[in-house]
Ligand binder design. Structure first.
Ligand code: PMP
Length: 427
């Protein structure tokens, strides 16, 4: 697999070697660091990436679900460039922020007011801060293996490939606890132990980082009941899952959290995050009534706001339904491919997300999935050699320019990649 990859990508190799001189690891983003070196991409349009090596790749990664409309969607490009040309970064409010906030509040019933930031990391960080300020408690409960960005609190319990978190103070670890996803019993026990001290329980309604694992019936409901009983705030991380329904995963699964974090496409492809929820909680940010700091040079940057609004306008209920149907078709067809493969493989997911796991055992949490094992990296390499770009960890997600032909191409590539793995002695 590596030899074929190196044959196809000599320019990427050259670019990577040059990049390593100036950038530690040759990159600035962990997830784009792959063995033996990453593919450099020069441009993208719709669902196609053009690499530095002149290859066209079908993009089933979509910047880890951000490019839900595909790349360079014309209405978003027009809105952003028009706004940017009229001045950006104004250190004053603009109506564009109100417009995007209104759209989010109208779509997500649990969100009464919302604030903007520049990443999903900032969104979860500020939402947790709001929870601590509102409740007066400092302990945070999270899911084992869930990724919510790169601030200290949420790095506890991520353990990507067995690494601890050097750089995160041990005092932070003392005030964060974790529970396995989909384990209702463990959840009840965690609330028995920490219920009185918790500020919030931050939940990925479908576990993204651990491999697009959907919630089992009753898990999110129990989380809602236990948080309500202990005056703990339930914080949904919908950075990825907002695309599952016009009102996000919380509408799809029928749970009303107290706070929600958003990111990815919320800024139309420009760096963005947002967090919102109950008005009484969010009022900690209102300088007239609260005193929690939320500052940021680029918060609610006008070009980002219009990009987000144009994206939400395009991603209406019909677009989401079509995308989710396409996702269901893809999962069904890939399940059949996995069942016939010589290597143990299965597909998890929901809506327009799916993830390939290399195990026959049931995948229900971060421990039972195989997303961070070497095998998924080899799978992604095999897929790339076949012209399909997926995440190193087996994540696949769809974008609105896609249709049946792209699903055909995906299914063919997965079939071929699984055959490559069975002959490449990958296990
Ligand atoms: N939460 C979830 C569920 C995510 O998937 C991510 C990023 N992949 C984040 C938070 C962090 O977002 P960002 O990379 O924009 O900081």
């Amino acid at each position: 697999l590596e030899a074929e990859y190196e044959r196809r990508t000599p320019t990427s190799k050259e670019h990577f070697e040059e990049a390593r001189t100036y950038l530690p690891g040759g990159d600035t983003r962990e997830v784009t660091y792959v063995d033996p070196y990453p593919t450099f991409v020069e441009e993208a349009s719709g669902c196609t990436l053009t690499t530095a090596d002149g290859e066209e790749l079908l993009d089933f990664l979509n910047n880890y679900t951000q490019s839900v409309l595909g790349h360079a969607p014309p209405t978003v490009v027009d809105a952003v460039t028009e706004r940017f040309a009229r001045g950006n970064g104004l250190a004053a409010p603009t109506t564009e922020a109100t417009e995007l906030a209104r759209r989010i509040v109208e779509r997500v019933p649990s969100v009464e007011t919302v604030r903007f930031a520049n990443s999903g990391t900032e969104a979860t960080m500020n939402a947790i801060r709001a929870a601590i300020a509102h409740t007066g408690n400092e302990h945070v409960l999270k899911l084992d293996g869930a990724f919510h960005g790169t601030h200290d609190t949420v790095l506890v319990g991520v353990e990507d490939e067995g690494r601890e978190n050097p750089g995160v103070p041990t005092t932070v670890e003392e005030r964060v606890s974790t529970v396995p996803f989909n384990d209702t019993k463990a959840l009840v026990e965690a609330f028995e132990r920490h219920g009185d001290d918790l500020a919030c329980f931050i939940v990925d309604p479908i576990m993204g980082n651990a491999g697009m694992i959907p919630p089992r019936e009753g898990f999110l409901e129990t989380a809602r009941d236990l948080t309500a009983d202990t005056d703990t705030l339930l914080l949904f991380d919908e950075v990825m899952t907002f695309r599952m329904d016009p009102g996000g995963a919380q509408e799809r699964y029928g749970i009303r959290p107290d706070l929600t974090a958003f990111g990815k496409f919320i800024g139309g492809g420009l760096p963005a995050g947002a967090f919102g929820g109950r008005e009484d909680v969010m009022s900690v940010f209102d300088p007239a009534t609260g005193s929690v700091t939320h500052s940021g040079t680029f918060n609610a940057n006008p070009a980002t706001m219009v990009g987000g609004a144009a994206t939400l306008d395009a991603l209406d209920g019909n677009a989401i339904e079509r995308l989710n149907d396409l996702g269901a078709t893809a999962r069904e067809r890939l399940e059949a491919v996995c069942a016939d493969a010589e290597v143990p493989a299965q597909v998890t997911g929901d809506a327009s997300f799916l993830n390939v796991h290399f195990t026959d055992d049931e995948v229900r949490d971060a421990r039972t999935g195989t997303t961070h094992e070497a095998i998924t990296e080899r799978f992604s390499l095999a897929m790339r050699n076949r012209g399909v770009f997926v995440a190193d960890r087996g994540l696949v997600n769809l974008s609105t320019p896609m249709g049946e032909p792209e699903i055909d191409a995906l299914v063919d590539a997965v079939e071929g990649a699984l055959a490559d793995l069975s002959t490449a002695a990958a296990f």
